[in-house]
Ligand binder design. Structure first.
Ligand SMILES: O=C(O)CCC(=O)C(=O)O
Ligand SMILES: [Fe+2]
Length: 299
């Protein structure tokens, strides 16, 4: 069987934007290394070019960002968009930085399930900016899969089926226990977040900047497909997940301290390898406020 990936149709960034950033593409449709920018003091033009490149390349890798610290990571986020609270139910790393979500292996901070960040809310984040703080000597790589390429490389009849489906996203499995333990309530989008209420999103999401369609489902948070039987839901999701995570759809990163990675959360899923035993790994993330996912029919 031959499944041909259609060429990407997004407007390519202009030659001037590419020059501002020195972009090195990593995979045919996902991932780029960005050279020649210090994220702690990027120019306005560079920040604009980064925002354009994010939608085009989906994951951007920046090395040597040793000048970036919690304050400047948040400041960078504010230049890229609107920075959210850390997470709907997990407070920030400390009182000074309520926007920073820390994943610390010493306190069970792992992300070894394919997911898109925080899809269990009405408006999932547009993107995330992750900084490596402490790394194990080996292991702990992160992988991102391209949901747009995954959609394009499905057969046409399955794409047509997916276009009609709606998925239910529920944060309970990942965060329900945590929420139940905590007395203190966190806020999300300015409102106190008391419960994890399942939310519906289209299975095929139209990217609001590029117009490209992506297969917007993830095993971290999707509980089921709406209006089909349990068995149909299971088989459809298994089909989608196996397809999304094919090696051809993935870019993988081996981290060094000083690395910063930004991803478009509307067109990717990611997975952090948990293969470093008792070694410590600490990552700091901020997320940028996003919009409500829209499907191919505008719903
Ligand atoms: O630790 C990582 O590499 C990724 C963790 C993660 O899922 C996230 O920061 O959203
Ligand atoms: Fe994540």
């Amino acid at each position: 069987m031959t499944l041909l990936a259609a060429p990407t149709t997004a407007p390519a960034s202009t030659a001037a934007e590419r020059r501002l950033l020195e972009i090195e593409r990593l995979e045919p449709s996902i991932g780029a290394r960005v050279h020649g920018v210090d994220l702690s003091r990027a120019t306005d033009d560079q920040v604009r070019a980064i925002r354009t490149a994010l939608a085009e390349y989906k994951v951007l890798f920046f090395a040597g960002q040793h000048a970036l610290h919690p304050d400047s990571q948040i400041a960078l986020g504010r230049r890229l968009g609107e920075v959210t609270e850390s997470h709907p139910v997990v407070p920030g790393v400390d009182e000074q930085h309520p926007e920073i979500y820390a994943l610390d292996s010493a306190t069970g901070g792992f992300a070894d399930v394919w997911h898109t960040d925080v899809t269990f809310v009405r408006r999932p984040p547009l993107g995330s900016v992750l900084r490596a703080v402490v790394l194990p000597p080996t292991g702990g790589d992160t992988q991102w899969a391209d949901l747009e390429l995954a959609y394009q490389s499905l057969s046409e009849p399955v794409r047509r089926l997916a276009d009609q489906l709606v998925a239910v996203h529920d944060g309970t499995r990942e965060f329900g226990y945590y929420l139940a333990q905590r007395e203190e309530r966190t806020t999300w989008e300015g409102e106190e977040f008391r419960a994890l209420v399942p939310i519906e999103h289209p299975v095929v999401r139209v990217h609001p900047e590029t117009g490209r369609k992506g297969l917007f489902v993830n095993p971290g948070f999707v509980s089921h497909i709406k209006d089909v039987s349990d068995a149909e839901s299971r088989y459809l999701l298994d089909l989608f997940y196996a397809h999304i995570t094919k090696p051809e759809h993935i870019v993988r990163h081996r981290w060094s301290v000083g690395d910063v990675v930004m991803w478009d959360n509307r067109s990717t899923v990611h997975y952090a390898n948990r293969d470093y035993g008792d070694q410590r790994r600490v990552m700091h993330r901020i997320t940028l406020r996003g919009d409500r996912p829209i499907g191919p029919t505008g719903a």
